[in-house]
Design a protein around this ligand. Sequence first.
Ligand code: PMP
Length: 360
Amino acid sequence: MSRFWSDHVAGLSPYVPGEQPKILDLLKLNTNEHPWGPSPLAIKAMQEAANDRLRLYPDPQSTALCQAIADHHNVSPAQVFVGNGSDEVLAHVFNGLFRHAGRPLLMPDITYSFYKTYCRLFDVPVEIQPLADDFSICVDDYTRARAVLPAGIIFANPNAPTSMALGLDDIRGIARANADIAVIVDEAYVDFGADSAVALLSEFDNIAVVHTFSKSRSLAGLRVGYAVGSAAIIEALVRVKDSFNSYPLDSIAQAGAIASILDRDYFRRACQAIVDAREALVADLAALGFEVLPSAANFVFARHPQHDAAGLASGLRDNRILVRHFAQPRIDQFLRITVGTPDECQRLCQVLAVLLGDQK
Ligand code: PMP
């Protein structure tokens, strides 16, 4: 500990992201990227922006991108907030809505681990709600009456790393029972088969939904994410952003993201390809004896009743395949596997078959 640090900084521990290896000939099924490239129209738009616009400062409000996102979701631009990846959008959510509330934020025990990191960073107390035995989110834990009003509620839908999704009726019930606090639904993986809570925005002013271009739009390297919500929630994020005088997105990111949003056909095909590959992967893993949780995401969460998950992950690594293993209570016997192309999924299953045979 340095004498320059406050107790707050000394208490911070870094978020541990999925491995981004420098060696490129690995099959990366560990951080839920899309196996395809982004829309060719997005690449063209970024090339044009690189040629024409880099001399100039970008639009600090990302006006055209907010409009494109608003049109896409049928909301007004005042209901849209963009940032450098949804992680940055989430930082504004925590800073603008939960910091200084002095009351706990409700979240599932197993969910995107970044939420707890932000709670530490922004000094937000946490109240954990355990997942049910089948790893689903227990809706009742978020709807029952409480003595102290929470600061808000956050969960991922589909949840990560479990891949399981709540239906809209459940989310509606959570929003209705918590009319005085913000309910944040992180929909990083929603495009692969879950229902989006954007559909509830006309009914509720306490919901904000967070999306990313990193998964279904194949633009993880570009760093674009956004929130759509009631104008009141979005204004809180904008106020925090404006007090930093920050430009959230550069010109290339704005151009690429707009073109990606407009290329609906490519987006639809890119999502469907993953859904198809996922169904095949689930069947192949089940045939190898894995139990696979019902996935609505571009990854699956699977365990083998007879084989140790950490051993399988390291065996896969020896075969140049990366998957994610969490050394965390309750889920340390699971592997989180990103859905790749059909060929990549087959290669994974072939190697797994050998490893399972070797470990018998
Ligand atoms: N939310 C969830 C649930 C995620 O899994 C991720 C990616 N790890 C993110 C948000 C952040 O994605 P990005 O910052 O790339 O938009």
